[in-house]
Design a protein around this ligand. Structure first.
Ligand SMILES: *Cc1c(COP(=O)(O)O)cnc(C)c1O
Length: 428
């Protein structure tokens, strides 16, 4: 019985019979993982509901403020809700934090003083941070202010190099150890909360004075708990904004660390006391509330894509049956620029916004290689919405992430497969 599903007709998508069979087979193979994702979603929704109830969130908190924003209860309550959900003492959660990179730059410059050293213990950090830190020369970097940098790479199996970390921590100037939970643009597994907590305990056993920072981007609500770091940093146009927050970032952690960072956020002496947002906080509360569902749907799309492209013979990471995912990203190795570009263009063609435009590789600020980005999103650059991006370099890996709904992700994947087929790049 080869019935063409009517949803493809409804979408006006012409899909080949073989694509439909591939999709049905892949979807059937996802069942077990989908159940586990649903369990985590419920747990995180429960945790978030509890925080809203215990922090007495009310209608008044959804409203904005003006000017200095003294006594802005919407802002302050949002920060308490985030702190409770993330399991930290305090949090900065602001629309004035412009991106994940900005949040990380604030955190580092708040934590580090001239002559002190930052050590990344999960290998090379995300591309945009190279200029923040000064790994690549750049004006205004931490290096210009006399902050030192060191790095301990992960071992070849993707685990932490404890001997290397131990050696690096012997340097008394080390003040912050940083861990990136997600893979960034690297072919490596993301780090599980368990492995991060384990290495945090290890760092503390050697150097209790060193602060551990976790770049939590793409990781929030993928597992039941967040890492137990001194500082957690993330973006609101990724997971914790639920696809609803229009902008913003967070820096959460111990009272002491958050306070230090707050003096970079605004100014010394002012800290978190100021900062208004006239448009109101409703989308930040609502986005956080919806985040477990958005993250779960993103994960389901990632799992589906993993099955689909593994079936087509591509290398994928995580692999289809990987039991633990630590972030929402699905990497697909296309091994040719043609296929990579066609895939990203297909994801764009399957988007609700700007489906009719064709993305091309370009020199994006902050990135070393040309990058192609499929981002047909409601919020510009949002990557909790379905998006795919890739640096144009060997071995031509696409990083796929997000989806506001599973159904959209599934439809967009069909469009992407058909885009490859049209260009004669798909062989089922
Ligand atoms: C996205 C991301 C960043 C930077 O966030 P932007 O909002 O793009 O500036 C930093 N680290 C990781 C791991 C990320 O995924």
């Amino acid at each position: 019985m080869n019935m063409k599903p009517d949803f493809l007709d409804a979408a006006g998508i012409q899909a080949d019979e073989s694509t439909i069979r591939l999709l049905e087979k892949a979807e059937a193979a996802c069942r077990m993982q989908f159940e586990k994702i649903a369990e985590t979603r419920l747990f995180n929704q429960a945790k978030i509901l509890r925080a809203f109830r215990e922090q007495h969130v009310s209608y008044a908190h959804l409203q904005g403020s003006t000017g200095y924003g003294y006594g802005d209860i919407g802002r302050d309550t949002l920060e308490r809700v985030f702190a409770q959900v993330l399991g930290t003492e305090e949090a900065i959660v602001r629309p004035q934090v412009m991106s994940g990179t900005h949040a990380l730059a604030l955190a580092f410059s708040g934590m580090l003083r001239p002559g002190q050293k930052l050590v990344y213990i999960s290998g090379k950090p995300y591309d945009t941070l190279e200029e923040v830190i000064g790994i690549r020369d750049s004006e205004g970097s931490l290096a210009e202010y006399g902050v030192l940098y060191g790095q301990v790479d992960l071992l070849s199996d993707g685990s932490f190099d404890k001997d290397g970390i131990c050696a690096a921590l012997r340097d008394p100037t080390v003040h912050v150890a940083a861990i990136q939970r997600s893979r960034g643009y690297a072919w490596r597994p993301s780090l599980t909360v368990e492995s991060i907590n384990d290495v945090i305990a290890f760092v503390r056993s050697i150097r209790p004075d060193v602060k551990v920072l976790v770049d939590n981007c793409y990781g929030e609500f993928v597992e039941k708990e967040e890492p137990r770091a001194d500082i957690l940093v993330g973006s609101l146009i990724k997971n914790p904004g639920g696809g609803i927050a229009p902008t913003g970032g967070y820096i959460a952690g111990t009272k002491d660390c958050v306070e230090r960072v707050s003096y970079r956020l605004s100014a010394p002496g002012l800290g978190r006391e100021i900062g208004s947002y006239v448009a109101g906080y409703s989308p930040f509360y609502q986005g956080l509330f919806l985040a477990p569902r958005t993250v779960a749907d993103s994960l389901r799309v990632a799992v589906l894509a993993s099955h689909l492209f593994a079936d087509l013979g591509y290398d994928v990471l995580p692999e289809p049956q990987e039991p633990i995912r630590a972030d929402i990203i699905q990497s697909i190795r296309f091994s040719s620029a043609d296929r990579l570009v066609a895939f990203c263009q297909g994801v764009q063609a399957g988007a609700p916004i700007d489906a009719f435009v064709t993305p091309e590789p370009w020199e994006m600020p902050g990135y070393e290689h040309c990058v192609i980005m499929a981002a047909g999103t409601f919020v510009q650059g949002s990557s909790i919405e379905m998006s795919a991006d890739a640096p144009l370099c060997e071995p031509y890996i696409a990083y796929l992430q997000g989806a506001l709904t599973y159904d959209h992700g599934k439809l967009a994947l069909v469009v992407a497969l058909e885009e490859l087929r049209k260009k004669n790049l798909l062989h089922i």
